[in-house]
Write a protein that binds this ligand. Structure first.
Ligand code: SAH
Ligand code: SF4
Ligand code: F3S
Length: 474
């Protein structure tokens, strides 16, 4: 789930560790924490919950490791490479710890949950290990670790959603914000570690989601992304009225906050996305016409081993339905190359489903066996690494052409673009996105009135690359 990246990130991690700080006044704090996050958007959103908990306990955020009293690393376990990156980063923190006696280093997130206290034994530099459902206990754990004890809390919860905690926005562009709507996952995709690191699925109080989204809008944000591993299975029961809220209803409530607030969501599971959701998207122009619909494989046989619970045909029927109802909707996918037992024929099926679905964008990986998953227990990781890599490269090549064709089709069309800030390459250009989540870069000159980030502007598309559209103000 990863709709915020601007460039293709093929088989890389979703987002590499990013450190950030909030806009809070530094003078209010006597101690500082530094947090770096890896993995999916949900992890990044969790770091903002952690920041809120810590600020209430006297810790301000800093991007400067040298002044930090507490270094936190919010980790991802999705592929082996993600964990190796974190381990390397931990060794780099050593020098700061040596410089500043008393400084604590904590591991948060999925790797903390997966490895538990083993992390303290394996990584001598780690003082705290805190799983994704235990962040409320961080202040106590910090005190414990400060006295030299081993501070670990990796208890998973059936009901924790942090719904009452107002996240402290870290290093945000002030325009787009993430709002977690649920936690955990009940789908046992056989390759996936998430059900083990994040626990059972639970949906957050709908009122708190709408309130948080409205608060963002009131603060000048123009876009919220509703986050969950499987947003279509969002289902919240109001304990007072005993009425249920579905994802489509939630989406509508958030869209109704203001027509000027764009609403995105991620991730959709092909088995769960309903017509009700598609109709809601059609009804509200401010619900972005973009669906991230991970396919994983184009072979029904492999999909079955992956426990995805849909077939190639079912998936393609979903794509047809989306395109029939919303021809302008863009679709992206996640794809895994070289899952257990995958043959050349299965691989061809994956490449052909990509052609049939005409993805605008894709996140592509080769299979990385994860300890404890169903696949690790049941199947042999029998596709050799060089074959996995070759198949992945072929998949990347197919997507290169699809993304390129998708952008080529935009020439001569015009789109409403939400300005997110200066373009990376030049501050004479703005960068923004279309509803379809395509990045558009255009010269600032030519506007009838001065524009600022957060403005909507109509852009005529005049040029493109595989990753970016270029245009001019209409
Ligand atoms: N909840 C989302 C995905 C979360 S993980 C969904 O169901 O689609 C993001 C992506 O990482 C997955 O879609 C999958 O493509 C990839 N992934 C997960 N486990 C993996 C593994 N063991 N090896 C390689 N890629 C994996
Ligand atoms: Fe993992 Fe499947 Fe859940 Fe996605 S839906 S988080 S891939 S188990
Ligand atoms: Fe990674 Fe955990 Fe997200 S394993 S992808 S950070 S849920």
């Amino acid at each position: 789930m990863e709709l915020f990246t601007t460039a293709t990130k093929e088989h890389d991690e979703l987002r590499q560790g990013e450190a950030y700080e909030s806009a809070q006044n530094k003078a209010a704090f006597s101690k500082f924490f530094y947090v770096e996050s890896y993995g999916c958007a949900m992890n990044f959103a969790d770091s903002e919950v952690v920041a809120s908990i810590l600020e209430k306990n006297g810790y301000g955020s800093t991007r400067n490791l040298e002044i930090a009293d507490l270094i936190l690393i919010n980790t991802c376990s999705i592929r082996e490479k993600a964990e190796l990156t974190v381990r390397k980063r931990l060794t780099e923190f050593r020098k700061y710890k040596q410089q500043k006696p008393g400084m604590l280093v904590g591991v948060l997130g999925c790797m903390a949950e997966r490895l538990k206290s083993k992390l303290l034994e394996e990584e001598k530099l780690v003082d705290l290990v805190v799983g994704p459902d235990a962040y409320r206990t961080l202040p106590d754990l910090i005190i414990e670790a400060g006295t030299g004890q081993k501070a670990v809390n990796v208890l998973l919860s059936r009901d924790e959603t942090y719904s009452d905690i107002s996240p402290v926005r870290l290093d945000s562009n002030g325009i787009s914000g993430f709002v977690s709507i649920m936690r955990g996952c009940n789908n046992m995709c056989s390759f996936c570690v998430v059900p083990f690191t994040r626990g059972r699925e639970r949906s957050r109080d709908a009122f708190s989601i709408v309130a948080e989204s409205k608060d963002l809008f009131d603060k000048g944000y123009k876009e919220v992304t509703l986050l969950g591993q499987n947003v279509d299975s969002y289902y919240w029961t109001n304990p007072e009225t005993n009425t249920q809220v579905t994802f489509a209803q939630l989406l509508e409530s958030v869209a109704l906050i203001s027509p000027l607030l764009r609403v995105r969501f991620s991730t959709s599971h092909p088995k769960d996305i309903t017509d009700e959701v598609l109709f809601t998207m059609m009804k509200y122009p401010n619900i972005c016409k973009y669906i991230h619909l991970p396919v994983q494989s184009g072979s029904t046989r492999v999909l079955q081993l992956m426990n995805r619970t849909y077939t190639r045909e079912w998936y393609l029927a979903k794509v047809v339905r989306i395109r029939e109802l919303m021809p302008e909707c863009s679709i992206s996918a996640d794809i895994i190359a070289g899952f257990c037992t995958e043959t050349e024929e299965d691989h061809q099926d994956t490449m052909s489903i990509m052609q049939l679905a005409q993805y605008d964008y894709a996140y592509m990986y080769f299979y990385s066996e994860r300890p404890g998953t169903l696949a690790e227990k049941r199947y042999e990781d029998d596709v050799p690494l060089d074959v996995k890599k070759r198949r992945l490269q072929e998949i990347v090549d197919v997507q290169w052409h699809l993304s390129n064709d998708s952008n080529k089709k935009e020439l001569g069309k015009s789109y409403e673009v939400l300005i997110e800030g200066n373009s990376k390459k030049s501050d004479l250009h703005w960068m923004g996105r279309t509803s379809q989540n395509k990045v558009v870069v255009f010269p600032k000159a030519g506007a009838l009135k001065p524009l600022v980030k957060g403005d909507y502007v109509h852009i005529l598309i005049t040029d493109y690359t595989k990753g970016t559209l270029m245009g001019t103000i209409k």
